[in-house]
Design a protein around this ligand. Sequence first.
Ligand code: GRF
Length: 198
Amino acid sequence: MAVKKLNLAVFISGRGSNLQSLIDACSDPEFPANISLVLSNRPEVLGLQKAENASIPAITVDHKNYESKALFENALQAELEKHPVDIICLAGFMRILSAEFVARWGGKIINIHPSLLPDYKGLNTYERALADGQDKSGCTVHFVTPEIDDGEIIIQKEVRILPDDTPDILAKRILVQEHIAYPEAIRVIAKSKGSGEL
Ligand code: GRF
């Protein structure tokens, strides 16, 4: 029996390689989701081009044009209401969403983070893992709560840290796993919601 696919809104701020991994996953007819909207808070970033190349509605809501976070988020919400959206996927989105916005979308916002949470929340995850002499790191897809990088974990991928790793080398190795993890996380959510059983 055909079951409704999940509609994703993907929020970006930059190059959009995780967006591309979701676009690629959605090109498989068996994948349980479609991307209905790509939204960037920064104009003219590479990720917007990737969305346009895939004929996905792509818009910029530039936070600099709004006097407050509340007004910025009202504009985000207005764009979301123009499209069918079941899940918001943060994919390198560099704005912190307010507790009000997160509550409004209760349990329907997910994020990808380049560390094995709960380790290394926040920025500079590669530098910090290397400085601590860790022998592994990785990435996490998790539900978003008002607390940064803190919600329930959906999926994690481990990556070995090698003796000669620099932050850039480690970031590249983790990114390969991010591109596998995000589509997998969508499959996990779809399964839990009974979606995508085509
Ligand atoms: C990724 O490393 C992601 O984990 C982090 O921001 C980066 C975004 O990269 N939250 P991209 O824009 O998806 O290429």
